[in-house]
Design a protein around this ligand. Structure first.
Ligand code: ATP
Length: 300
């Protein structure tokens, strides 16, 4: 029995750690439960691919239990193979809008159509398989670089993993790590910089090759070299892919086919970078503010 005592101590520690995690686990469980979301209908049409594009039609949204309309009558169109960037000040509704596409929430009014069919008609797992989400808090595991890239794609070959790393501008730094692709990362291994983490997340998405990409650009400030490498990787990932970008830095949206400027849940301007600059409205204002505060970008 005495020999078991140290293990009992360890178990107690583990129990403490789980107890600390309990509030977060409860929040996630609550979010994933279906029985408390009677408004979330489940279609059974398998999603087989995009032909023409995605329409956001007259979308309005309030968070459950809140009266305030976070989105109010938004109309946007995202043709297949193009990039639509959402910009606007903090709280404008950009992330909320992106959360409606994979159905983390459903709109309170209006609809999202994929090739003229409401997203609610599709079987949710098949729809989500077609979507890749690269967000600022993409999770990296305490595991090797290789396994982190191949996460959710465990049949990937070494050649495919190397290819994804190269296209994401991550190969050079990976091969310079102590054990290359086998280097352990996370708090039990090598710590990576913000830019390196983002490029690994992009390599993971490139390997998965989703048809529809939702890109929630990181707000963390990167040095200019790292920013350029991340930007090239993002361009590679979104090229010819149907992409919705939540942009925090205006430098990253200049090549988007369309930029929609959101303000308090409304689309107030839409156009290309040049069109919006020439218009001299909110986008032009945000652009000049951001570039006059290069060291301290505004909350975009
Ligand atoms: P940022 O650039 O800061 O990420 P954003 O444009 O993406 O901002 P959202 O995150 O979509 O804005 O938030 C829009 C509004 O909805 C904000 O007023 C925010 O406080 C509110 N909001 C966001 N998430 C929730 C939530 N889970 N419950 C209630 N209100 C929320």
């Amino acid at each position: 029995l005495f020999r078991l005592l140290p293990f009992v101590g360890q178990l107690n520690g583990a129990r403490g750690a789980f107890a600390n995690m309990a509030p977060s686990v409860a929040v996630v469980n609550e979010f994933l439960r279906r029985d408390n979301k009677p408004f979330m209908s489940q279609g059974n049409r398998p999603y087989v691919g995009l032909e023409n594009g995605i329409q956001f039609q007259n979308l309005s949204f309030s968070y459950p239990g809140h009266d305030r309309q976070v989105l109010d009558g938004v109309n946007l169109s995202l043709p297949k193979g193009t990039t639509l960037a959402l910009v606007g000040s903090s709280g404008a509704g950009k992330s909320t809008m992106a959360d409606l596409l994979p159905r983390f929430y459903d709109p309170t009014e209006g609809q999202i159509l994929i090739d003229d069919r409401d997203v609610r008609d599709f079987d949710p797992p098949s729809l989500r398989r077609a979507m890749g989400i690269v967000s600022q808090d993409t999770f990296l595991f305490n595991d090797s670089v290789r396994n982190n890239i191949a996460y959710a794609c465990n049949r990937a070959t070494d050649d495919q993993i190397v290819e994804a790393a190269k296209r994401a501008n991550a190969y050079e730094f990976i091969v310079n790590l102590p054990h290359g692709f086998e280097t352990m990362i996370g708090d039990r291994g090598v710590m990576l910089s913000g830019g390196q983490r983002q490029r690994l997340a992009i390599a993971r998405a490139l390997l998965r090759d989703p048809e529809i990409l939702i890109l929630d650009e990181a707000t963390s400030a990167l040095d200019s070299v790292s920013e350029r490498l991340v930007q090239q990787a993002i361009d590679e990932l979104s090229r010819d892919r149907t992409t919705l970008v939540i942009a925090h830095r205006l430098s990253t949206v200049q090549n988007a086919h369309q930029i929609a400027v959101l303000d308090q849940g409304h689309v107030v301007e839409i156009g290309t970078h040049i069109e919006l600059l020439n218009k001299g409205g909110l986008y032009a204002q945000l652009y000049s503010m951001q570039f006059s505060h290069q060291e301290h970008p505004v909350g975009l």
